[in-house]
Design a protein around this ligand. Structure first.
Ligand SMILES: [Zn+2]
Ligand SMILES: [Zn+2]
Ligand SMILES: [Zn+2]
Length: 252
C-alpha cells in the first residue's frame, strides 16, 4: 500500500494570501502547502481521502489519472471543494465515482453540490458521483477500511484506518474507544496545526502526546499552518515523527 500526500496545509493554504512571514515567503517548496488530502493506492487502485480545494492541481502534479472512490472526513470547504474536479475522472471511468462519508457529511454535500444532483440538464458538464453514508466497515477494491469517530471542536468527523495505516485530520480530541481502534499502526498521519493550541485542531505538542500513547512505527503530521517552518520544526520532533509535505509518498 502506498500513501501520497496531495496536500498538507491548513484551510488557508500556505503561503497565505497577503502574508509576508518567513514561511509564506520561503523559497523552500516544503513550506508551500495546498489543502490537506491523501491518496491511498494498492496496485492500480487509488482511493482519495478528501477532495481539497486544489484537487486539479494536486492530481496534475502527482500524475493521478484514476480514482476508484473518495472518502470524506467532513464537509468543511477545504476538504470538499475539489469534488467538482471529479468530472475529469468521470471521463476516464465513464461511470460515477462513489463518495463516502459520515451521515451529516453526506447531507451537507447534497446541499453544497445540489447542481450535481439536479435533474435539470445544464449546458456545462457536472461531476457524477454517488453519495453513500458510512455505517461501519467498508471494503473498497479489496481494501478493508475502518471509519473512526474523532472530535473537531464540537463536531464529529471521520478518521480512516486501512490495515496498519490511519489518516486522522481535523481533530482536537479522540475518544477512548477511537484511540483503541488506532493502536498497532505502522503509519499514522495526524493533524498538527501549529505550536499554539487551537479549539478545533491538535497543536504539535498535543499531537506528540497522542503519538506517545498510540506508539505507531512512523508518524507524519499534516494540516499544517504558516507558523510552522518545515526544516526548523522537523529538527525538534521526536524520533519517528516528521512533518509531511506536498508530494511526499510513503510505502506502508
Ligand atoms: Zn481542514
Ligand atoms: Zn505567513
Ligand atoms: Zn475542518
Amino acid at each position: 500500500m502506498k500513501v501520497t500526500f496531495l496536500g498538507t496545509g491548513t484551510s488557508y493554504g500556505v503561503p497565505m494570501i497577503g502574508c509576508e512571514c518567513h514561511v509564506c515567503t520561503s523559497g523552500n517548496p516544503r513550506n508551500s502547502r495546498t489543502r490537506s488530502s491523501i491518496i491511498v493506492s494498492e496496485g492500480e487502485c487509488n482511493i482519495l481521502i478528501d477532495a481539497a480545494t486544489e484537487l486539479r492541481i494536486q492530481c496534475l502534479r502527482n500524475k493521478v489519472r484514476r480514482l476508484d472512490a473518495v472518502l470524506l472526513t467532513h464537509s468543511h470547504a477545504d476538504h470538499v471543494l475539489g469534488l467538482d474536479d471529479l468530472r475529469h475522472f468521470n471521463r476516464n471511468r465513464k461511470t460515477s465515482i462513489p463518495v463516502y462519508g459520515f451521515q451529516d457529511t453526506v447531507k451537507n454535500i447534497y446541499r453544497m453540490f445540489s447542481y450535481a444532483f439536479s435533474e435539470v440538464s445544464s449546458n456545462g458538464s457536472k461531476p457524477k458521483f454517488t453519495l453513500t453514508p458510512i455505517d461501519g466497515k467498508l471494503s473498497l477494491s479489496g481494501m478493508e477500511i475502518i471509519p473512526v469517530d474523532v472530535m473537531h471542536g464540537q463536531e464529529k468527523v471521520t478518521a480512516y484506518r486501512f490495515n496498519k495505516l490511519a489518516y486522522v485530520t481535523d481533530v482536537s480530541q479522540i475518544p477512548q474507544d477511537s484511540m483503541d481502534k488506532l493502536m498497532g499502526l505502522d503509519l499514522l498521519v495526524i493533524d498538527a496545526l501549529r505550536n499554539i493550541p487551537h479549539e478545533k485542531h491538535f497543536s504539535i505538542e498535543q499531537a506528540i502526546s497522542i503519538v506517545s500513547i498510540l506508539k505507531p512505527k512512523q508518524t507524519f503530521f499534516t494540516h499544517i499552518a504558516h507558523e510552522i517552518e518545515h526544516e526548523e520544526t522537523n529538527k525538534t520532533l521526536p524520533a519517528g515523527i516528521k512533518l509531511a509535505y506536498d508530494g511526499l509518498s510513503v510505502e506502508v
